[in-house]
Design a protein. Structure first.
Length: 168
């Protein structure tokens, strides 16, 4: 386990998030974007907002900084505001990962909340990746149900085109 491996995984994570946004989210009608769904966090809009907020909080905790202000309800209806927020969160994540060293993977930087104080950096990094994969799968299903032709998000297909060492 090393920091380069996590940088590679996150390069895939960011690429998959962007692929879904560019290929599908931008093409949705406002009604499709906000259409209620009975599973998980609901609409496409709510799923995206959830992904953004969770990643912002976890990486702020890792970096020991305050997270961005929460999204305002009005921002949830504005795709450009959501995309801007997602870009800001991704940039913060990339900055953290760029400075990550192998020995830091075993640190326990989170002090609050109490339940997270024993989490090791690599565990949080892995959690954020698997959480994102789970919600992208939910989004892909919702997008499919809305008539979008979705594809795979398999990591191995990313590896074929981006061998280890190509970085973020």
């Amino acid at each position: 386990m090393n920091a380069d491996a996590f940088r590679h995984l996150y390069a895939w994570h960011f690429a998959e998030n962007r692929k879904i946004w560019d290929a599908h989210i931008t093409a949705l009608s406002p009604e499709q974007f906000t259409q209620a769904a009975d599973y998980s966090h609901g609409s496409v809009r709510k799923q995206i907002a959830h992904l953004i907020e969770v990643e912002a909080v976890w990486f702020s905790e890792l970096a020991g900084i305050e997270p961005c202000d929460p999204l305002l309800p009005v921002d949830l209806d504005d795709r450009q505001s959501l995309r801007t927020r997602w870009d800001i969160v991704e940039a913060r994540m990339r900055a953290y990962l760029a400075d990550l060293h192998d020995d830091a993977l075993f640190d326990k930087p989170i002090q609050d909340p109490e339940e997270d104080k024993d989490l090791i950096v690599w565990q949080v990094l892995l959690h954020v990746i698997t959480h994102g994969t789970d919600h992208r799968a939910q989004l892909l299903r919702t997008l499919h149900d809305l008539g979008c032709k979705t594809g795979s998000q398999d990591y191995i297909f990313y590896v074929y085109d981006h061998p280890m060492g190509t970085g973020l």
